[in-house]
Design a protein around this ligand. Sequence first.
Ligand code: KIV
Ligand code: ZN
Length: 511
Amino acid sequence: MKDKLIIFDTTLRDGEQSPGAAMTKEEKLRIARQLEKLGVNVIEAGFAAASPGDFDAVKSIAEVVKNSTVCSLARASENDVRRAGEAITPAKSGRIHTFIATSPIHMQHKLRMTEDQVVERAVQAVKWALEYTDDVEFSAEDAVRSEMDFLVRVFDAVIQAGAKTINVPDTVGYSIPALWGDRFKQLIERVPGSDQVIWSTHCHNDLGMASANSLAAVMNGARQVECTINGLGERAGNAALEEIVMAIKTRQDVFNCDTRIDTTQIVPTSKLVSSITGYPVQPNKAIVGANAFAHESGIHQDGVLKHRETYEIMRAEDVGWNANRLTLGKLSGRNAFRTRLQELGVVLENEDALNAAFARFKELADRKSEIFDEDIQALVNEESISNVLEHYQLLSMRAHSETGVLPKAKVVVNIGNVPHEAEMQGGGPVDATFKAIEEVVRSGAELLLYSVNNITSGTDAQGEVTVRLSKGGRVVNGQGADTDIVVASAKAYLNALNKLHGKLERTHPQV
Ligand code: KIV
Ligand code: ZN
């Protein structure tokens, strides 16, 4: 019998700490439902004390998710723990994850607390959390740079206080596999009561070793891995869920544990997270990159055709790569559309939302002869964007490009229900469109990133545009999709402006 490895997904918390990846409650709910379908054991839904919006998002996820434990992060303070406890109360299975830094550098410069004070606060936080749930996780932030003797002391104290999961984070992505594995071996040997708790690893990817370090921890006794979809996360990101899960599944000859993940849901989850956060997946990314299963060289292609396993260690279909599946067309009716949404796991709030999505589908079917699952996902994303009360709305636009003539664009934008229009020239139609929008809105935001991805193949495919804007220290990502990439660009730019306008204020957990 193999042990079970707990997959703790923190896309909605640590992943959301990536610049511009902040999500709305509806977006988080969609991802949470998909994570549940993927089969993750624990969904870290957010940091409830960060803002009323974050609290609301964690609570809403706790209300709907039934097959995964729903967790909220909390610093080791009474207010944070109580907010987390209230937010997870509706969950069928709820967890509080409380943490405090244990490294000399963090205790001295950030917390300005002594070792004794840190131990006392950690124990107190676990006790507050136990008032809400039996399922309490404790993390020693910056464990990688903490002294071993002190870690043993803190962990001993929180286990005695009742913590059931002990998480050891490499907060700054500093470790290497042999050392990280050894840290787990020593901790499990030295901490009293270590056999009564689940040991968990949480690695960041600053040196590109987050997944390797996590797996080294698993080989040395960790039975929970904290990770994110696509390795999303601050700086270089977190350990990537898809890499951990597929390494465990593919190398059952070396791992003495297994997960309950439905691996065929990996690629759909990756696509959903990428399109909602606006973080594209690099083509050569393991498992979920567009080229991850593509064989370019003749020798490889020949080998794979003769015997697939010559060059393939996993099957593309096992991780959810399907050839684009033609689903619906111009003549498909409302019922067929509703059924396909259900098959894709998309839950729309009510009949009005279904009608609006169906109207968009019909519009798209007029412009694009074949509609694939990816088109439907993009359409639903658009629908959830347009459901948010938007301050800026694109009413209409026209862009002109012609050889030998400077491109120009005219936009009509509703600002708080009053139409405004402007026409501008630019280096290309997209540049002219952004200038025309700025002429109307005068946001003064700085454009940090502009990227276009085709959602499916073919020249009539929808383009999905991501625009990253920065203003006053805030960074946001906007998305838009359309068969006309200039229109998709305008939608993405306005979506980012709406997010900047929303002025989401939140506390960062590590500050
Ligand atoms: O990286 C880290 O230390 C964290 C903790 C809050 C677990 O994200
Ligand atoms: Zn982290």
